[in-house]
Structure formats: C-alpha cells, structure tokens
Design a protein around this ligand. Structure first.
Ligand SMILES: [Zn+2]
Length: 410
C-alpha cells in the first residue's frame, strides 16, 4: 500500500483517532497494534520478552531528533542531526508576509524536502544499526516497524507540509512519503509507511498517552519554546480540525501592532509569551538599567541578555529577573484566558524549554488567567500544570502515533 497510513484516507476528515480498527493499515503485523483499542499506552508487555519498537522523528527548524521507543514510550535509542539548511531557508518571507504554500518541483529531485527526507533516512538507518541490528525486535521483520514523523508546521490530512516558518523551503513536501519511498528503494530498513503529523500534536499525543495529560478528555497542551506550539484535546483525542491545521495557538494575534512574527503577521501570542518574548522583555528591562544579575550572566552587555540568563538569575532568587518572568507569565495567562474562553478545558499542560521555569512562570500565568478570563471566579480554577515529558516528547509522540495506528489530525 502506498498510502501513508490510515491518515491518508481523506473521506472522513474529522474522524481519526487512535482507536480501534485503524491499526489494520499496518500490513499484517499483529505487532503494530500495541496500545490500540484504548487511548492509553501500557501494553502490559513484560521486560522479559524482547521489546517491540517503533521509530519516531521530530523535525524542527534547527535539528532532527530520531528515537527508538518501546510501546510504553521508553526511549531505547536516540540520535539527532542538524536540519538541512536549505530546508530551513526562509526566502519565501520578508516581503509583507505572503508565505503561502510552495509547490514541489515535480521530478526535479532537488526540493528541500528531499534533503530533509535524506537526513531522516540516514537517521533511521543509524538508529536501526544502534538497536535492531544488535538485538532484533520481534516486530522488525518484513512487515515493518511502525514509524512516524512530527514536523514543525501546518501538516495537512495527507501528510503534506503546507506552511512552516521554520522549514519554509520544505513547504509542499510530503516528507513521510519521501522517506517511505527512499526506504522502499534501499530495502535496508523495513518500516510501515511513514506519516507526517504536526510536531505539537505529536507532543500532545505523548503527554496524553504517557504524561501530564493522561486521561484528559478536554484540554490543552502548550509548548513554550522559541515559539509556542499547541494542541487541543477534545473527547480524549488530539484534535486535528478539518484540514489538520488546528491548534496553532501561538499565532493568535494579541496585538496587531506588535512585533513581526516569523509567520509573517504582527503581534502573535508567541512573540510575547515564548522564549523569544522573554528575551525581548529582558532586553527592554536590561537596557532600562535593570536586571543586573542577568546582564552579568550575559557578559555585561544588556543587548546580549537572553531568556536563559533571566531564567538562571530568577532561579537564584534575583528579584528583577523574577519580575520579568512574572511579566512573561502575564502574557502566558492572557493567551490561556482566550483559550479557556473558547475551549473550557479541564486542564492545561505546559511544556517546552520554558516549562523548566516551572512555578516561577506558571504561578503568575495562573493568576493572570484567573483575572482575565470571562467569569473567572464563577467558572472555577482551571489547573495549569507542567508537562511530564521532556524534549523527546515530539519524537516519542510520532512513534506512538505509528504504534497506535492513527491520529486525530487526519
Ligand atoms: Zn505568527
């Protein structure tokens, strides 16, 4: 079958879901069904038996992370390579933000998506050598190991990357399909057809199955990194929307006159409430003569202060730094208030690089959320909790999506 997994079926776009039945798309290996049938992982697999595996890949703007995981999400091996520079090129932007999908140059073989696919194939083959070649997994036969890919950007229900500020030049590519074709040609490594998903949706799936969103029926998973990733959990499943593009919460516009965003618009929430937002707030404060400890950590130049410096200073109890993190928390809470008004989540899970700021950030965010949301006192507190899985979550989620056979993003 050449269709990239169950998500290649477009007849029912709002269906989906890691549920029963969809595992059939994994040709004939009873093995590929681990974890299907219920939304939760936990396959009851014994440590005494050789472990079944899946491959997961997370493609970001700067690096590609690949993991081998067991059905219960344990990372057995990992590797990372830089994202090919031609894919991250952002030539499509800069002239007023018209960054629509770019077309694949059919047959040329030179599309930047090809470079990404080549890098992923190399990564998968190296992981195969790390793990499978040494101790064959019981599901590593001809039928193929489940494998999935998370990609930073809008990935449609066919698996095509439609828009990505961080991988602008690769827009238009079906990276999963390109990888599948390469693996079929080389014959070295048998996987199921690879399917691309949105990276934040993969992160949310991992948190939903194994982490802080476990058991959640209606909620939100927010990833605060350089930008903001997000995923909506509706009815216990990661919600993809009509075209697979749901959950782009970082690009809610909260100030139309605000700073320019890599997406081409101004004043997106992620310009204020992410690592980039923290750096901006920090430099403003440093240039105004505050944040002495952060400036010291930055080597003495206020213009060189970054979010990391502020976070480090705040962790030592520096009052200025804590105030800036508190300001950041207000912006986080503002966006969460908008999202709570729309979604009425039972819980909000916050991860990503800034998640390490923990309570320093979450406490002011909760306070701002409670103040800014409509009917805050009447609706009661919405728990805002730290994510449980770390930087591997996206890649692990991509692998789990393949293990469980489906996803609600297409
Ligand atoms: Zn934006």
């Amino acid at each position: 079958m050449s269709a990239p997994g169950p998500a290649g079926e477009t007849g029912s776009k709002t269906n989906g879901v890691a549920g029963t039945g969809t595992g059939e798309a994994h040709a004939g290996t009873g093995e590929a069904h681990a974890g299907t049938g219920e939304a939760h992982a936990g396959t009851g697999e014994s440590d005494a038996t050789p472990r079944r595996i899946a491959y997961g890949v997370d493609v970001g703007g700067t690096k590609i992370l690949g993991v081998v995981v067991s059905p219960d999400g344990d990372v057995i091996a990992e590797r990372r390579v830089p994202t090919p520079r031609q894919a991250a090129a952002t030539a499509a932007r800069g002239q007023g933000g018209g960054a629509g999908p770019r077309e694949v140059r059919a047959g040329s073989g030179t599309h930047p998506g090809d470079a990404v696919a080549d890098a992923i194939v190399g990564l998968l083959e190296a992981l195969h050598d790390d793990v499978v070649a040494r101790a064959p997994a019981p599901n590593a036969g001809l039928a193929g190991v489940p494998a999935g890919i998370g990609v930073a950007g809008l990935v449609d229900t066919e698996g095509v990357l439609r828009f990505s500020p961080n991988l602008a030049a690769a827009s238009g590519a079906n990276i999963g399909q390109l990888v599948t074709e390469r693996l079929a040609t080389s014959g070295r490594l048998a996987t199921t057809p690879l399917r691309s998903h949105n990276d934040a949706n993969c992160t949310a799936l991992a948190e939903l199955l194994l982490g802080a969103a476990r058991g959640m029926r209606y909620g939100l998973v927010v990833t605060l990194g350089t930008g903001i990733g997000g995923a909506l959990v509706i009815g216990g499943r990661v919600h993809g929307g009509a075209r697979g593009f749901a959950g782009e919460i970082g690009h809610m516009v909260v100030d139309p006159t605000g700073p320019l965003c890599p997406c081409g618009h101004r004043g997106c929430w992620e310009r204020f409430a992410s690592g980039s937002g923290l750096t901006r707030l920090a430099r403003e404060a440093a240039v105004a003569g505050m944040l002495h400890e952060s400036v010291r950590l930055a080597g003495g130049d206020p213009e060189h202060v970054t979010g990391e410096h502020v976070t480090a200073a705040a962790a030592q109890g520096d009052a200025d730094a804590l105030r800036v993190i508190g300001d950041l928390g207000w912006w986080v809470g503002l966006g969460l208030a908008n999202l709570v008004a729309i979604l009425d989540p039972e819980r909000i899970v916050v991860g990503g690089g800034l998640g390490h700021a923990g309570e320093m950030l979450l406490e002011p965010a909760r306070r701002a959320l409670a103040e800014l949301v409509e009917g805050g006192a009447a609706r009661g507190q919405v728990p805002v909790v730290e994510a449980a899985l770390g930087e591997h979550a996206g890649a692990v989620g991509a692998a789990l999506a393949a293990f469980t056979g489906s996803f609600d993003d297409g």
